[in-house]
Design a protein around this ligand. Sequence first.
Ligand SMILES: C[S@@+](CC[C@H](N)C(=O)[O-])C[C@H]1O[C@@H](n2cnc3c(N)ncnc32)[C@H](O)[C@@H]1O
Length: 234
Amino acid sequence: MKAPGAAGHDHAGHDHAGHDHAGHDHAGHDHAGSGGSLSAGEMWDQRYAATDHVWTAEPDELLVELAGPLEPGKALDLAAGEGRNACWLASRGWQVTAVDASRVAIERALARAGAQGTELTTLVADLADYEPEAGAFDLVVVSNLHLERSLHSLVLDRARVALAPGGHLFVVGHHRESAGLGGPPDPERLYTEEIVREALAGLDILRLEKIERLHEGHGSTHSVFDVLGWAVRR
Ligand SMILES: C[S@@+](CC[C@H](N)C(=O)[O-])C[C@H]1O[C@@H](n2cnc3c(N)ncnc32)[C@H](O)[C@@H]1O
C-alpha cells in the first residue's frame, strides 16, 4: 500500500504493495483516542479525505496469484478500501460487491471501476453491522483489515458463512511480529497463523503461511511479515 497521507506522514510517490504504515491504521471501529465518538466510517473518511490516494492501486499480488486461475463468479470484498482488489476482480469478469465503512473510499473505488469500464456493487457499512447473504459468494476477500479481536472474529465468521459451496476465502494482514512496522501499532489487531487458522475453521485450508514482503516508507525499505490464509468451502 501507499503510505497514508494523514497525520503529516505523506510519502507520496511511494507505492507499498500491501502495506500501510505503523501508527496510521488506528481507525476501524476503535472509538478510543481519535476524538472519542467518531464511527469507523468517520475516522476512515477523515484519513482518506486527507490525501488523494491512500493505498497502492495494484491488487494484492497473492490475490492475483490465487484468484487469477478461478472461474469468475460472485465476489465480496470486505473493507474494500479504494477498491484495488475489487477493481482487479471486476476487470477479470467477477461480479463484485465492495463493502467499506468509508464513503470516501467507496466513491474512489466506484470511480476507479468506472474508469476501467467495469462496475461494482458497493455498500457503505460498518462491518459490525453488515451481514452478507449466506452461501452467496464464490470468493470473499478480507485484505488488510486489522480490527479488535472480537469484531474481527465476527467478520470472519460471517465471511465463511457467505461462501457458496466451492467458494474461496482470501485473508491477508500484517503479522503480529511486524507490530510497529506495518498496520496499527496494537499487536492485538494483527494476525498470527493461529488467528488465521481459526478464521478458516470448517474450510479446507489450501494455504496458511507467514510471508515476508518488502515495505517502502519513511525513507527506507524493510521487510514486513504478513499472514496469508486461502481456503475453500467444500
Ligand atoms: C488498511 S485498509 C485496507 C483496504 C483494502 N482492503 C486493501 O487491501 O487495499 C482498511 C479498510 O478497512 C476499512 N474499515 C476499517 N474498519 C471498518 C469497519 N468497522 N467496517 C467497515 N470497514 C472498515 C477502512 O475504511 C479501510 O478502507
